[in-house]
Design a protein around this ligand. Structure first.
Ligand code: PLP
Length: 212
């Protein structure tokens, strides 16, 4: 499929979202070659990443935080995550800058944009993308990888991913290195790939139904 879309395998990172699944599943996936794991709640991710590191010797796994992040969890998340996909406001940015002081490596981040008119969905308003991008690009301890968005399922998918691609170009005009696109989930990853997604966040299509 990647080939028919003109995309090379090595330009796409598959993040397998293991939320609501036990650490055993992540370990099984690791055995199958998965190296990137996604989680959306610190309360669940922190102990899982900890247990994983204990159980998988010399692990080369990267934990991706993909959900809305409260500022008071920034310190915890920065202690185990390699990538945060949901940087979307000044207060979180400040908390992450503080939290990364103890890290040896910068924290990779995506700037999340909100494609809906519902502020509760997380993500910066596209109209505020450029000034916020300048802030994130200049933040200490953080490395801005690119843009992240969740396509609204009640909108035509093509136009959602086209919007994301345009916002990515806008971001690149402010931060030229921030060329990656975190977009695409179980329901829409094929369209996301056709519109340039570089980081897919796939849960149920790989893990099966989640146990809530
Ligand atoms: C749960 C989640 C995913 C994965 O969703 P699926 O539909 O299970 O593939 C991707 N991104 C975010 C932000 C999520 O919370």
């Amino acid at each position: 499929m990647l080939q028919s879309l003109g995309r090379a395998r090595d330009e796409v990172t598959l993040v397998v979202v293991t939320k609501n699944h036990p650490v055993d599943l992540a370990i099984e996936l690791y055995g199958l070659g998965v190296r990137d794991f996604g989680e959306n709640r610190d309360q669940e991710a922190q102990p899982k990443a900890h247990d994983f590191a204990q159980l998988v010797e010399g692990s080369s796994a990267t934990w991706h935080f993909v959900g809305q992040l409260q500022s008071n969890k920034a310190k915890s998340v920065a202690s185990y995550a390699g990538v945060v996909h949901s940087v979307d406001r000044e207060s979180l940015l400040i908390a992450l800058e503080k939290a990364t002081v103890e890290r040896t490596k910068p924290l990779d981040v995506f700037l999340q944009v909100n494609l809906t008119s519902d502020p509760g969905r997380g993500g910066v308003n596209p109209a505020e993308l450029e000034p916020f991008a300048e802030r994130v690009a200049g933040a200490s301890g953080l490395n801005l990888l690119g843009i992240m968005a969740v396509a609204a399922l009640d909108e035509p998918l093509e136009s959602e991913f086209e919007k994301i691609a345009k916002l990515s170009q806008k971001l690149i005009s402010v931060a030229p290195q921030a060329k990656f696109i975190s977009a695409g989930m179980s329901q829409d990853f094929e369209t996301a790939l056709a519109y340039g997604a570089t980081h897919l966040r796939i849960g149920t299509a790989i893990t099966g139904k989640r146990n809530y």
